[in-house]
Ligand binder design. Structure first.
Ligand SMILES: C[S@@+](CC[C@H](N)C(=O)[O-])C[C@H]1O[C@@H](n2cnc3c(N)ncnc32)[C@H](O)[C@@H]1O
Length: 250
């Protein structure tokens, strides 16, 4: 029970569901089961580990022990769990609208706290967050401004223009680079930006999972998809942009 008398159940796995049915846009919001399972396998194979490690290193340099870190749109909690390993004793919280993703997160990272909740309506007190981050997930400027304490941080991780380029070349006759999106965050100032880039050598199975966890699962020309399905390996570049913002005093 919270201070104001609201009650909620804690699931066997240790997470709480704080997404009221009236706030759901669909019966099963967020990523579907297929995408979640594929992404979980990709993370278990540590394919994006250099990115996770980099997030941990950045966070460790910014905040002290016991700081509260929030993973927005945390999915299966992979980045939260690496953060614990890299940055040590922190209070890590993760939210995602997808219940199956949060269920996996709570099982695989028992030292963190997970809730089924929207990044636009996070069940944490105003100015209680020392640092928030989001990897390829939606967030809102107003909710970030409410949550992050003055002087705290928000790290936004998004795909850089060349992310998964070879995959797009295979899927589309006229592939286009990812559009670089820099967020408008009026209550924050940009503190720094960095790139993380590396090459993945994928087996056929890993390639299938990587496609299944992205919107490419539903895109591409049909004959190109057939060609992709017949590959038994692929070298693929991954490229991420990391924008760090500092919360202004208000
Ligand atoms: C591309 S996935 C990234 C997951 C995780 N950050 C990762 O990189 O492994 C985007 C995630 O955002 C979640 N999501 C979508 N809309 C959301 C919202 N309004 N609030 C919280 N999570 C949301 C989806 O369920 C999905 O797990």
């Amino acid at each position: 029970m919270c201070e104001t008398g609201h009650c909620f159940d804690c699931a066997r796995e240790g997470y709480v569901n704080l997404l009221p049915a009236s706030h759901k846009r669909s019966k099963d919001p967020g990523d579907n089961r297929e995408m979640i399972d594929a992404r979980h396998r990709v993370h278990q194979a540590r394919l994006y580990h250099p990115l996770a490690e980099k997030i941990g290193i950045i966070m460790k340099a910014l905040i002290g022990q016991n700081a509260l870190v929030l993973d927005l749109g945390c999915g299966e909690g992979y980045y939260s769990s690496v953060l614990h390993q890299v940055a040590g004793k922190l209070r890590v919280h993760g939210v995602d609208v997808s219940k199956p993703a949060i269920r996996i997160a709570a099982r695989s990272c028992p030292n963190a706290h997970f809730a089924v909740a929207s990044s636009f309506d996070v069940p944490l007190a105003s100015r209680s967050v020392d640092a928030a981050f989001s990897v390829f997930a939606p967030t809102g400027a107003a909710e970030l401004a409410r949550l992050v304490r003055p002087g705290g941080y928000f790290l936004d991780v998004s795909p850089a223009p060349s992310h998964l380029w070879e995959l797009r070349e295979l899927l589309y006759d006229n592939p286009r680079a990812h559009e670089q999106v820099v967020r408008e965050l009026p209550s924050f100032e940009q503190a720094s930006s960095e790139a993380v880039e590396f090459i993945l050598e994928l087996t056929a199975e890993q390639l299938r999972d990587l496609v299944a966890m992205t919107p490419y699962a539903y895109g591409g020309q049909r004959e190109n998809k057939g060609q992709l399905a017949r590959l038994d390996a692929l070298e693929l570049q991954v490229a991420f942009s990391l924008y760090l913002y500092r919360r202004l005093p208000s």
